[in-house]
Design a protein. Structure first.
Length: 122
């Protein structure tokens, strides 16, 4: 019987040692739960930001189209004014010069620049 007692004591001590050696899973579970909450929060925030961005973009579409329309009208006005200035209209020429100083107008074509003539060497 002493052998049975020794075996029983050894198995009890092995179980106690094994229990004290096995790490607890609680910190790992808490870390995983915290990561899950963090990623869920980030996903929700990104979804909210994306919907806000879509709403702002759709609100700007009308203003963008209006600005493009005004820009097209301005280009047409510049083109017509430039045509009048080329025909010799003094007021149109003055307006085009003012626009050119501000960097807005098309360059006026006063006289076409002739390319330099080269002579063939024989």
């Amino acid at each position: 019987m002493p052998e049975d007692l020794n075996i029983a004591e050894e198995s009890d001590t092995k179980q106690i040692i094994a229990a004290s050696r096995s790490p607890s899973n609680l910190p790992f579970i808490i870390t995983l739960a915290a990561l899950l909450v963090y990623f869920a929060f980030q996903t929700l925030q990104l979804w909210v930001e994306r919907s806000n961005y879509s709403m702002v973009k759709s609100n700007q579409d009308a203003a963008l189209q209006e600005a493009q329309k005004v820009q097209a009208q301005f280009k047409t006005l510049i083109t017509k004014t430039n045509e009048l200035a080329e025909k010799g209209h003094a007021g149109a020429r003055m307006v085009m010069e003012g626009l050119q100083r501000q960097g807005l107008g098309a360059p006026m074509e006063s006289e076409p620049v002739k390319p330099p003539q080269t002579r063939a060497v024989k």
